[in-house]
Design a protein around this ligand. Sequence first.
Ligand code: F0G
Length: 482
Amino acid sequence: MADIKFFTEEQIPLEMHKVRIVQKLNLPPVERRLEAITEAGNNTFLLKNRDIFLDMLTDSGVNAMSDRQLAAMLVADDSYAGSETFTRLEEKIRQLFGTRYFLPAHQGRACENIIAQILVSPGSVVPMNYHFTTTGAHICLNGGQIEELLIDAGLNVNSNHPFKGNMDIDKLCSCIGKYGADNIAFVRMEAGTNLIGGQPFSLENLAEVKKVCDEHGLILVLDASLLADNLYFIKIREKRCQNLSIKEIARKLASMCDIIYFSGRKLGCARGGGICTNDKALYEKMRELVPLYEGFLTYGGMSVREMEAMAVGFEETMDENVIGQAPRFIAYMTEELLNHGIPVVTPPGGLGCHINALEFVDHIPQHEYPAGALAVALYIAGGIRGMERGTISEQRNPDGTEPLANMELLRLALPRRVFTLSQIKYTIDRLVWLYQNRHLIEGLSFTEEPKIMRFFFGRLKPVSPWQKKLVAKFRQDFGASL
Ligand code: F0G
């Protein structure tokens, strides 16, 4: 018999579910795609769903729900105050993190608003492994400043460091020395560090951070929005954790933090958020803000149906057979792209596959937004919507100058249970085509630039008619095909 190669589930990522409800997709022809992205001001956030084939913008609020989640939504207990649904969610979170107090919020950034309002004051400093866009904005709005204390390997696009999201402990100690513990509002660790490519921190690193916080009496805050992938990476990459269950790792991690907050749009595969703590004094301070900004304490801006779905979503996320599925798809995509010579962030992280635009389109100067231009080009090439995670996602300095981002990434998020392997293969194929034609891609410039969060609703234009040339080349190579 000829040599037959058999594959493990690491090599052929498996969907641990079957599809029972589907939504029809639309792939508009390339000429319409050019029109649509022009109407959207060359900002993928402003595209309409009807013009999108594969939506890899984010995993936020768009993970597919399970039959059990939908069933749970039907038994939701609706009331302004005292709903049983809230009690069930609270209990699930207590089991997961071992924390006594839970405050609901409508999404992750609402938690950031509450935490920043009670802990940040003008002049205070928040050391963190790496910021997330909304986190940074809330800290700055309250007069604070961020110190990025990620290890150097974290910003190295291609490193073999298994935990690129680790905090540099020496940098943390010097930061405390420089500003004084009294001026530090809190120390923040982000699980599955979003802006550097969904990169995890290790349990060991968190323990070291915790030790320093304890020595200086500092509050340790965990952003657990992307915790699921981080837990999986701890289990497979950190030797001493290999025999622990995912739930045990979650408990160990949670036990070191004073405040844990999350976006339930990611962690719970539903829509909402919340803050957990064991500290009564912190809880009472934060509690005052919940009815002001979110809603009563037993819903916090969430619908009871979403809360029910989230409780089930937590349980499903922590399932040992399910937790690795998204990271395995991401690893598959990353490795296939590497095999074609396409520059991607390595090692593969969580959340999605991250293309290194600085290398992909190394002829585009950073002030012409290489990652933004690549996002536009990929949409034109395949109807695939990714997200710019580079200079456009940064905010201008108070003096009006523009900081260039440390990384220029095109993020292709893989929401959980949404895409099939053939859709991933199509995406790889279109990226390979684009890479071969990368010389056709040129930069963008702003035509409308909002002051805050410009990446959400800013509008841009191409610096030359390069998009028309890309469409012409597409027609030449793909004939009449869409
Ligand atoms: N923290 C992290 C690490 C996040 O990734 C997000 C959201 C938030 C906080 C805010 O949570 O959206 O519920 O208000 N990230 C989304 C994304 C938006 O696409 O990466 P939210």
